[in-house]
Design a protein around this ligand. Structure first.
Ligand SMILES: Cc1cc2nc3c(=O)[nH]c(=O)nc-3n(C[C@H](O)[C@H](O)[C@H](O)COP(=O)(O)OP(=O)(O)OC[C@H]3O[C@@H](n4cnc5c(N)ncnc54)[C@H](O)[C@@H]3O)c2cc1C
Length: 280
């Protein structure tokens, strides 16, 4: 019975997204079913790869009609198992990686409207080409997607100045669990209309809907940056130092990261040729 239901779902998906984008073969889906550190491994009815909001909505509607669970997946970099389906194999994995259009960049309004599957680094580059900064930056930026950043409310290294992904977001487009599309793609900063529903979906890890597009804030490109590498003896000293730096530089201070001796030791061990900058 279940296998008939699964087969029917697979053929409905094929009609919506094309058979090439409904993956069932082990070798095609295995990378989607585990996290990068191989700590979690799951199973799925199939991996479906819609290319537009309308296709995501049609896939969600088909799942909702028969009560089948869905797991949205972006770049699969979050390392805590939330993008991995459960081992029972009763869920459909929806990959957002084909929703990768930058729909619009508006330098006058300092915004860009982008689809959920855009890789973070491509958005930083698109903003820079328009003479603007999109400040979200983290080590997974070459493969994580903005939909995943929004769904985890990612922070990255420039939180001190620009805030988490939530603070960088003006509007969202979301496919709800029913398959309806919620259009909240607004670029207005002074927006005080009613409930701010987008906040529910940011950081919700896909539990309330699938984010398909977002309006993001852009900033002026910094003319110059300077990085200082300081040796300190304790986290208490680091907190004091941060306070001093904030008092002197205010909003000009973009990042302050505490790197432990243990972490530096691992870098020295695993990256041949790297050297200790300071003696102990
Ligand atoms: C090396 C490394 C460094 C990192 N550094 C930082 C850091 O400095 N700061 C920080 O905050 N985080 C950091 N992270 C974690 C980071 O938040 C995630 O890697 C990234 O934001 C997840 O994006 P993703 O596209 O890979 O999402 P995935 O891992 O694919 O998914 C993450 C969650 O979001 C859901 N999801 C994905 N796409 C959508 C969507 N379109 N709609 C609804 N739900 C969706 C998934 O179901 C899952 O629950 C780091 C990760 C790595 C690997």
């Amino acid at each position: 019975m279940k296998s008939a239901q699964h087969a029917s779902l697979i053929s409905q998906f094929a009609e919506v997204v094309g058979a090439d984008h409904v993956l069932t073969a082990d070798e095609a889906i295995s990378a989607h079913l585990a996290d990068w550190r191989r700590r979690y491994r799951g199973a799925a009815i199939c991996v479906v790869r819609p290319a537009s909001t309308a296709e995501v909505a049609a896939v969600v509607r088909a799942c909702a009609q028969v009560g089948v669970a869905m797991v949205p997946q972006g770049g699969n970099t979050s390392l805590c198992g939330a993008a991995t389906p459960a081992p029972e194999g009763d869920a459909v994995l929806i990959s957002l990686s084909r929703l990768r259009r930058v729909r619009a960049i508006d330098p006058a309004n300092n915004t860009m409207t982008v689809e959920a599957g855009c890789v973070l680094q491509t958005l930083q580059e698109a903003a820079a080409q328009a003479g603007r900064l999109f400040p979200l930056s983290l080590a997974a930026e070459g493969s994580c997607q903005i939909g995943g950043n929004l769904s985890t409310n990612a922070g990255g290294v420039q939180v001190l100045r620009y805030g988490n992904t939530r603070e960088l977001t003006l509007g969202l487009e979301v496919v709800l669990p029913s398959g309806e599309i919620w259009d909240g793609l607004r670029g207005l900063r002074k927006d005080n209309t009613g409930y701010d529903l987008k906040q529910l979906f940011i950081g919700a890890e896909g539990t309330l809907g699938i984010i398909t597009a977002a309006v993001l804030k852009l900033f002026p490109l910094p003319r110059a940056t300077a990085t200082a590498w300081l040796a300190i003896a304790s986290p208490t000293q680091a907190v004091r130092l941060l306070g001093d730096l904030q008092a002197r530089f205010g909003a000009l201070l973009t990042a302050c990261e505490l790197v432990s001796d243990l972490a530096l030791g691992l870098v020295r061990k695993h990256f041949p040729g790297s050297q200790a900058s300071f003696s102990a």
